[in-house]
Design a protein around this ligand. Structure first.
Ligand SMILES: [Zn+2]
Length: 291
């Protein structure tokens, strides 16, 4: 097969799935990017607003989110006491690239010079809404830099600073799955939900799905025909209320529904989307981890 994928059957049809969400930093967050002399920097993006003004924004990069999701699957616990990655002999960066691997079959795999399995889950968004600069904080010295009387060398402790994205920043994000079965999407749903408390480098970590009127800002599409408007927020948007209103308007259109069905297209919004994703995550636990 040119795609490297096994054939499926009419009982397990392949579909496209999209997850759209606005995530909120539950506390300050560090996304390791570059280290300059004695300072760890977070990742920023530069952009020009539609008004022509150039701005810089904090960034929760899609590649970092994808890495955290893959790690959640690798570390997911099996009934036998093993971890899924150990059973599959599938890790980072040494993936197994087995088309039957619940991780590589969707997230892709590579054995250099031998085998490539193209990933069918892609990640987008991540440019923060608010135009807030990261804050620098003094952190404890790295233990390796502490003075050691034994070596006799001058190991004067060096001050060490780290940048943090400020708490409460909103990050519109999206995950897209191309031609995968419901069973394969179950792993994607599990990874998306399980990764939320684990996003960030070092401590602290974690984001929440932001809410509006007690409903999570979350949309799940399952379709063959791409329909309706996609709730994507322009990186030019700097007003959190504006971003939330736009997300809801694009997700719902004129009507206030939490489920929209059209031919070859279904959309779940808010709590309905969360429940649907949680049902897929449970399916992954029951059929892969606890099977
Ligand atoms: Zn694998």
């Amino acid at each position: 097969m040119p795609t490297g994928l096994p054939q499926t059957d009419a009982k397990n049809p392949r579909q496209h799935f999209d997850i759209y969400a606005i995530l909120e930093g539950s506390q300050e967050l560090y996304f390791g990017h570059e280290v300059q002399v004695n300072i760890n920097l977070v990742e920023m993006v530069k952009l020009t607003k539609t008004s022509g003004e150039s701005i810089e924004k904090c960034y929760l990069s899609p590649t970092k989110r994808k890495g955290v999701e893959r790690r959640c699957l690798i570390w997911s616990p099996l009934k036998t006491g093993e971890l899924l990655g150990d059973r599959q002999k599938c890790g980072i960066p040494e993936t197994c690239a087995d088309p039957k691997c619940p991780i590589c079959s969707v997230y892709g795999g590579l054995i250099v010079g031998k085998k490539t399995l193209i990933g069918r889950v892609t990640h987008g968004g991540g440019v923060a809404v608010q135009e807030l600069y990261p804050v620098q904080k003094q952190r404890a010295m790295h233990p390796s830099r502490l003075a050691s009387p034994a070596s006799g060398k001058d190991e004067t402790p060096t001050p060490f600073k780290r940048e943090y994205n400020q708490p409460g920043m909103l990050y519109p994000v999206s995950n897209h799955a191309l031609s995968i079965t419901d069973a394969e999407f179950a792993g994607v749903a599990y990874a998306f939900l399980d990764s939320l408390p684990r996003i960030g480098s070092g401590n602290p970590k974690g984001v929440a799905i932001a809410e509006s009127n007690q409903q999570p800002l979350l949309v799940l599409d399952r379709y063959l025909t791409p329909k309706l408007k996609r709730p994507i927020i322009s990186p030019s948007e700097t007003d959190p209320i504006g971003a939330i209103n736009k997300f809801l308007r694009l997700a719902k259109g004129q009507e206030d529904l939490d489920y929209i069905q059209q031919s070859h297209f279904e959309r779940w919004i808010g709590n309905a989307a969360l429940e649907k994703l949680q049902a897929y995550a449970s399916q992954f636990v029951d059929t892969v981890l606890q099977a």
